[in-house]
Design a protein around this ligand. Structure first.
Ligand SMILES: NC(=O)C1=CN([C@@H]2O[C@H](COP(=O)(O)OP(=O)(O)OC[C@H]3O[C@@H](n4cnc5c(N)ncnc54)[C@H](OP(=O)(O)O)[C@@H]3O)[C@@H](O)[C@H]2O)C=CC1
Ligand SMILES: O=C(CO)COP(=O)(O)O
Length: 359
């Protein structure tokens, strides 16, 4: 990252001072497009890396993302390239919006051209097999870079429509937190800060599991009491798991925790919710994924987290129940009834630890 952004850091008395930043977004799907648009609209010199040259050319000419967000016109200053070196050389910030399954591969492609740019993950998933978070992958592949993760209730279509939203930049580096704020914050987009990278990242990845569950619940027309119970127990479950991995439980009170859980679990715009809805309406997993045609990280996250919870001996009843329904073909209503009979447990276990063994 260049020094300019850091040297001109405004004092709290001069919050409106802005230094234009050079931003690149890797990934031309829904979220990459939405965040590139946020940065460009905010005055950043912004490039998007699209792997298919024909699509990059089409987007440059039409300013539309015909496949992922056809109903929106992108900011007129945004530029598009399929040349990865040109995309990442001499930039301040690289925002990575690539699905978790390809995240490492793309970091390896950019590695030869990285010398001082900060790398920020926008991805909400966990790498298959390794159980690595995106911040782990950045540290492994690019050990010298300043890095962060951005996560929060940020449905791509709402951002494109200019509907106000907030997000969280988590980084051990104050310079990265500041630079991301400077690049993205506006009257339409608030950027909050955290240092609990793992907690923020796990919030974004884990809530996808429960969005699948809530989509399925919607197919069964569950009531508000049931929805609220499921959401709140989801928060208990995800924070329990994340704390076992070293996260701060209080992070889950923030936008990247409860905030994103509410947005993703309540909105038909969420692709994970859409998958759950389709499954609840009787589609097979393959049919639901094919009909969606976009990334729904939750499907893999359910499998990964269930396996990891078993290894770590963390009680994750909702995740395990979903696994049984989706991957073992068990009947959803029977599984839901069994969940309701899981015994007498603490409401908030950081207040009252559970004393009875999990059934
Ligand atoms: N959409 C949303 O509202 C939000 C999404 N996220 C997260 O952002 C991440 C990306 O999601 P999203 O943009 O929505 O996903 P999409 O499915 O909409 O798009 C994925 C994009 O990544 C590209 N891509 C995949 N593999 C590679 C690769 N190896 N090299 C280069 N490009 C590649 C795809 O290219 P191609 O089209 O050529 O396949 C496509 O442009 C996910 O982790 C998601 O959880 C986070 C917040 C909100
Ligand atoms: O993470 C999201 C909103 O914050 C979007 O979730 P989906 O990937 O389910 O669309």
């Amino acid at each position: 990252m260049t020094d300019i952004a850091i040297e001109k850091k405004p004092s709290p008395e001069t919050p409106s001072l802005k230094v234009p930043m050079r931003v690149t977004v890797l990934g031309g799907g829904s979220f990459g497009t939405a965040m590139a648009n946020v940065a460009s609209r905010n005055g950043c010199d912004t490039r998007m890396f699209i792997r298919d040259p024909a699509i990059a050319k089409e987007m440059q000419e039409t300013r539309r993302n015909q496949r992922y967000l056809p109903d929106f016109v992108m900011d007129e200053n945004l530029s598009f390239t399929s040349d990865i070196e040109y995309a990442v050389r001499d930039r301040d910030l690289i925002l990575v919006a690539i699905p978790s399954s390809s995240f490492r591969e793309v970091l390896r492609q950019i590695a030869p051209f990285i010398s001082g740019q900060a790398i920020v993950s926008l991805t909400k998933g966990i790498e298959p097999d390794s159980f690595a978070l995106m911040s782990d992958i950045i540290r492994e592949e690019l050990p010298q870079v300043a890095y962060g993760v951005l996560s929060g209730p940020n449905l791509a279509k709402e951002l494109m429509a200019g509907i106000p939203a907030g997000t969280v930049i988590a980084s051990p580096s104050e310079a990265v937190r500041f630079a991301v704020h400077q690049a993205l914050a506006s009257a339409l987009f608030r950027v909050f800060a955290n240092t609990d990278v793992q907690g923020v990242e796990l919030g974004g990845a884990l809530k996808n599991i429960y969005a699948v569950a809530m989509g399925m619940g919607a197919a069964y027309h569950v009531g508000e009491n049931t929805r609220s119970m499921l959401l709140t127990r989801a928060l208990a479950e995800m924070s329990r798991f994340a704390v076992r991995l070293g996260a701060n439980p209080l992070t889950f009170l923030g936008l990247s925790g409860v905030g994103d859980l509410i947005a993703t679990c309540s909105s038909p715009l969420s692709r994970n919710y859409q998958i759950g809805l389709a499954l609840g309406q009787g589609k097979t997993l393959a049919e639901a994924v094919e009909a969606l045609g976009q990334t729904a990280e939750g499907i893999n996250t359910i499998r990964q987290v269930r396996a990891q919870a078993e290894i770590l001996d963390v009680y994750m009843p909702i995740t395990c129940a979903l696994y049984e329904v989706i991957y073992e073909g068990k009947p959803p209503l029977g599984i839901a009834l069994a969940l309701m009979q899981n015994g007498h447990r603490s409401d908030v276990e950081f207040v009252l630890p559970n004393t009875t063994p999990a059934s």
